[in-house]
Design a protein around this ligand. Structure first.
Ligand code: GCU
Length: 613
């Protein structure tokens, strides 16, 4: 809490007390790790929905919260032929879950507001078991009800949340009602404007998780920074019997060790192991078994160390160059929110085809399938929270929200070897409140996970020196970061592509730089000379000049050009060219490769040839 001004700290403390008090009746449960490794029942499928632009399901005509049967969460049915009930989920249309609502119905493409979802299920609960309702993610504000009662609220469109329903579930006829609202507002994260589609809805899987009374809530195990043998971490139990022992087994290493848990159900883990490190060339994953008295979870974990030394980034102690690409979470088969393993396999497959060993998952935490696929395919990951452009820096509530999204992202992905960098911001204007806001996030990330690097996509200043353009990385928070990220659009928003040839970069920091964005738009199939905007030749030439410039930056240790695939954006209206798509992709929304794709591929082949790993 070093960096916050007194008033912000005071407000933040007061607010967190209020928030926690306010939510104590109904709040999300601590996140359960690795739901794939649990006993689960899916609630995916067709859900009945009511599109409710005026929130009549929640508020009366004077905008007062409804408590009577008109409230949609009651799912009330008329009890007599004369009773007035103006909603009926069971005769309402359906939408698929997981899935954004925008691309499932033409009338909802631009829709922002409230949609109510209903799903039913029967459930036979065995004695001594506990039941959780888990959401992989839903955009943006979510209220979840079970059998007419509020379970809780979640804010943030890209991280998971769950609720314990052990004492609320019944044998049959359970009904889950979810109010999802994606109206943008200045105090949210992200805030009012962004260059991606505000896909609304229950965009990720919904799952019932059955666990024993005492269960393994979460765990973390990774190679200590700079170590090749020390596996360090913890296990956290949940239940009435917290003090017991947990056993960690890694059969392939012939390792089995028992650790006691303390009165909080937490065991500190340290193992001396003979590890084959995870790397893009050899994405080695080990089966790790974590067992407690009444619970057992198996997880696939790769062990690798990631650190910086001066301007170098070291993977498993060796300098590495991050050959990357930026990716939005849009399905490769159709411009809609991606969520599945197949989506991940295709998108990351294209990145591999480019010759990448690294991907920037922009600008928010992508679905878990993407991270697990990156583990398997051997792609290092830059993971990011949507602290993007204009955030309400002075608002304690907005800071708590950003901190919560960061915490949830780290909690879900801290066992993914692929994740090497957490990014806390993208293109945010320097100011004292912004600086302290971001410093708080950087501190939070380092505290909750000391094994990874923290970065942010900064913006640089340029000066003209004779006929040279000199760009310097200079940002008050750069000293707090492990790795500097920088977005630049030389050749698109500023200057011409050829001006990159007379551009030099300087940095005031003894830190590695990742050029986290550069690029330009091109419409696939539109061919012209290299000076004609929107043509493939313009984009191709821009990449050629960029790569020549990037090669000359002595402290550059990675890059994630903007972007792998054309993606939907409400900011891109040019008819016949953009049609609400950002066209900076190296492939278009159908997967067709543009000329620049091959320019970058050729460069990465060169780098790979020269790289030790
Ligand atoms: C920005 C921003 C991206 C955006 C890109 C663009 O730098 O970070 O979200 O899509 O530029 O303008 O295409």
């Amino acid at each position: 809490m070093l960096f916050l001004t007194n008033s912000l700290r005071h407000h933040k403390y007061a607010l967190s007390v209020l928030l926690i008090a306010g939510l104590s009746q109904a709040q999300t449960a601590p996140l359960i790790a690795n739901i794939n490794g649990r006993q689960t029942t899916t609630l995916n499928g067709a859900w009945h929905v009511i599109v409710d632009p005026y929130d009549v399901g929640k508020l009366d005509y004077h905008a007062r919260p409804l408590k009577n049967n008109n409230a949609f969460f009651k799912d009330h049915k008329p009890q007599s032929k004369s009773e007035l009930v103006e909603y009926d989920f069971d005769h309402s249309p359906q939408l698929n879950v997981p899935g954004d609502w925008n691309t499932q119905r033409d009338t909802l493409l631009f829709y922002e507001g409230t949609v109510w979802y209903k799903q039913t299920f029967d459930y036979h609960k065995s004695a001594g078991e506990r039941l959780f309702l888990y959401f992989g993610g839903a955009n943006y504000q979510v209220d979840v009800y079970l059998n007419g009662e509020l379970l809780g609220h979640h804010e943030g469109g890209f991280t998971p949340f769950d609720f314990e329903i052990t004492d609320r579930v019944r044998e049959s006829g359970n009904f889950v009602i979810v109010r999802v609202n994606d109206t943008r507002s200045a105090d949210q994260v992200p805030a009012l404007t962004a260059d991606w589609w505000n896909y609304g809805g229950i965009t990720r899987p919904v799952t019932l998780i059955r666990v024993p009374q005492n269960f393994i809530q979460d765990y973390f195990l990774q190679l200590e920074k700079g170590s090749t043998r020390n596996l360090r971490g913890w296990v956290h139990l949940n239940g009435p019997k917290l003090q017991q022992s947990v056993t960690i087994r890694i059969p392939e290493m012939g390792l089995t060790k028992v650790f006691p848990t303390d009165e909080h159900g937490r065991a500190q883990i340290l193992l001396d192991a003979n590890v084959t490190p995870w790397s893009p060339e050899n994405p080695k994953l080990y089966k790790v078994e974590i067992a407690a008295d009444t619970d057992r979870v198996v997880e696939d974990i790769g062990f690798r160390s990631i650190e910086t030394r001066g301007k170098d980034i070291l993977l498993n102690g060796m300098p590495v160059f991050l050959r990357g690409i930026s990716i939005h979470e849009e399905s490769p088969s159709r411009p809609a929110r991606a969520w599945s393993e197949d989506d991940a396999k295709t998108l990351l497959g294209w990145a591999k085809e480019l010759g990448c060993n690294f991907v920037r998952l922009a600008h928010y935490p992508h679905n878990e399938a993407m991270l697990r696929m990156a583990d398997q395919m051997g792609l290092m990951v830059w993971a990011e929270i949507p602290v993007y452009w204009n955030i309400q820096w002075g608002s304690p509530q907005t800071l708590l929200n950003a901190e919560n999204q960061l915490r949830e992202m780290i909690a879900r992905d801290h066992n993914r070897a692929s994740v090497i960098i957490y990014s806390v911001a993208n293109e945010t204007e320097v100011s004292p409140t912004r600086n302290s806001f971001l410093r708080q996030l950087i501190q939070d990330a380092h505290l909750s996970d000391p094994t990874r690097l923290v970065s942010a996509a900064l913006q640089s200043q340029e000066v003209a020196r004779g006929d040279r353009i000199v760009v310097s990385i200079d940002d008050p928070i750069a000293n707090d970061l492990d790795v500097l990220g920088n977005n630049e659009y030389i050749g698109w928003y500023v200057h011409t592509p050829a001006d990159a040839d007379r551009t030099d970069w300087i940095s005031n920091y003894d830190k590695p730089l990742i050029m986290s964005e550069f690029g330009g738009d091109a419409l696939f199939g539109y061919h012209a000379d290299e000076l004609t905007r929107w043509s493939e030749e313009y984009q191709e030439s821009l990449y050629q000049h960029q790569i020549a410039m990037l090669k000359r930056i002595p402290f550059l240790r990675g890059m994630t050009p903007w972007i792998l695939k054309d993606f939907r954006s409400p900011r891109r209206t040019l008819p016949g060219i953009q049609d609400y798509f950002n066209r900076k992709g190296l492939v278009n929304e159908h997967g067709d490769k543009k000329k620049a794709f091959f320019v970058l591929q050729k460069f990465y082949q060169e780098v790979q040839g020269a790289q030790t790993h």
